[in-house]
Design a protein around this ligand. Structure first.
Ligand SMILES: Nc1ncnc2c1ncn2[C@@H]1O[C@H](COP(=O)(O)OP(=O)(O)O)[C@@H](O)[C@H]1O
Ligand SMILES: [Mg+2]
Length: 399
């Protein structure tokens, strides 16, 4: 009887052991299976979120251009612009800048445009280009050149702007050194108007958009003139797309354009809106003197426009000596002194002493108003240029 009971207890222990072992194995198997499930789940969700991010990024890039298009920008195919510019024909080249050639073109609806064919290609350039188009589509002012649309086909990047019949300001200030034999000299009144409109363009970029836009490459060739010599600022925000080519036409990421760059920016790379104010001062000096910012062929001490002009700007007697001979003395001395004083403040080596563009605009408004109220409409002034054939239209094949 006792033996039987012992046997029974032994069997019971064995059964319990088997149950415990089986249960442990089952729990262990369950744990392994659960961990594997968690691992797989984690991987799948990571993959999904990566895919979603990539998708969003794609859509984001696309949306940028989509938003740009919704804001009135046209998206052109390369073929459309090819035909608008007569196959990018040489006869339609109106300029060659730091970013490539600029062509005159006519769209299907008859609108005249300027097509800027960007030299740079590649994936990064493509991204920057998209960002720029998005930025430019948000900036609208009567004093800024309007971007009409763009083309971003494979490696072709083109910007389509409104056409400015009288081209860059520099063509008219330095007709002898330009390709345009028939550029017309600008009278004092027109120069004052250009100075004010360009100042309003910069004022808009600095003070009417948030965050402010620093032009970085403000210069006379980026002030474009329409058929009536009204000025618009161009290439705002484009400076960072510039090539880093050295020599020739210098329009680089860090350097801007020789002769226009504020000293603190050249030395430290520290860029503020006051760097644009300096460049604006250099353009005022060009309008006053008819001299290019840097000309090493001039006698010693006269090569750098700012260094030569600055000590003469605040001296009543000396300021006459620096005036553009092409003006033939046809200006009000009082106004010249005021403009010279503004230029002197803008090109101060110390950035903090330079005025804001809003101050410049305020100082110029009364001068231009004076001219409007006493304007000699219909007079036979030798500077009556607005009705004449324009430099761009003259002698150039149209498309
Ligand atoms: N919208 C436009 N309408 C007419 N001419 C233009 C236009 N944009 C540029 N140009 C001409 O092309 C020239 C080169 O322009 P751009 O590529 O901006 O070079 P830059 O670096 O000299 O400013 C300008 O000086 C001007 O004569
Ligand atoms: Mg330009």
């Amino acid at each position: 009887m006792e033996v039987e009971e012992d046997e029974y207890r032994r069997k019971e222990r064995i059964a319990l052991l088997i149950i415990v072992v089986v249960a442990s194995v089952a729990v262990a198997a369950l744990l392994v299976a659960f961990s594997y499930y968690c691992y797989i789940r984690n991987r799948v969700s990571k993959r999904r979120s990566n895919l979603q991010r990539a998708d969003n990024e794609d859509k984001g890039g696309f949306q940028n251009l989509q938003v740009a298009a919704e804001k009135g920008l046209q998206v052109f195919t390369f073929k459309q612009l090819h035909s608008a510019t007569g196959g990018f024909s040489k006869s339609n080249v109106v300029g060659h800048g730091g970013f490539g050639l600029v062509y005159r073109g006519v769209l299907n609806d008859g609108r005249k445009v300027a097509v800027k064919f960007m030299d740079q290609a590649g994936k990064q350039g493509e991204e920057e280009f998209k960002v720029e188009v998005e930025l430019l589509s948000r900036l609208r002012s009567p004093y800024l050149l309007a971007l009409i649309g763009y083309c971003s086909d494979n490696n072709h990047k083109l910007l389509v702007y409104e056409f400015m019949a009288n081209g860059g300001l520099q063509v008219h200030l330095y007709p002898a050194s330009s390709d345009n034999p028939i550029s017309l000299k600008l009278d004092w009144e027109t120069r004052l108007g250009i100075a004010l409109e360009a100042a309003k363009g910069l004022e808009y970029l600095h003070e009417h958009v948030s965050p402010p836009v620093i032009h970085r490459d403000f210069k006379s060739s980026n002030i474009l003139l329409d058929i009536n010599f009204h000025a618009k600022v161009s290439d705002f925000g484009l400076a960072k797309l510039g090539s880093e080519k050295v020599g020739g036409h210098v329009s680089t990421r860090v350097l801007g354009t020789q002769g226009y760059v504020a000293p603190e920016y050249a030395l430290t790379g520290h860029l503020t809106t006051k760097s644009d104010v300096y460049s604006y001062g250099v353009v005022l000096l060009e309008l006053l003197t008819g001299r290019v910012p840097v000309d090493m062929k001039r006698p010693s001490g006269e090569g750098v426009l700012v260094s030569w002009a600055l000590p003469r700007l605040t001296d009543r007697d000396k300021v006459v000596e620096i005036m553009d001979p092409a003006l033939e003395g046809q200006y009000s001395m009082k106004e010249v002194i005021q403009v010279a004083a503004i230029a002197a403040m803008c090109v101060q080596p110390e950035a903090d002493y330079r005025p804001l563009m809003a101050d410049v605009v305020q100082s110029l408004v009364p001068l231009v108003k004076t001219h409007r109220s006493t304007s000699k409409v219909g007079s036979c002034s030798s500077f009556q240029v607005t009705k004449s054939p324009t430099a761009h239209e003259f002698g150039k094949a149209s498309v």
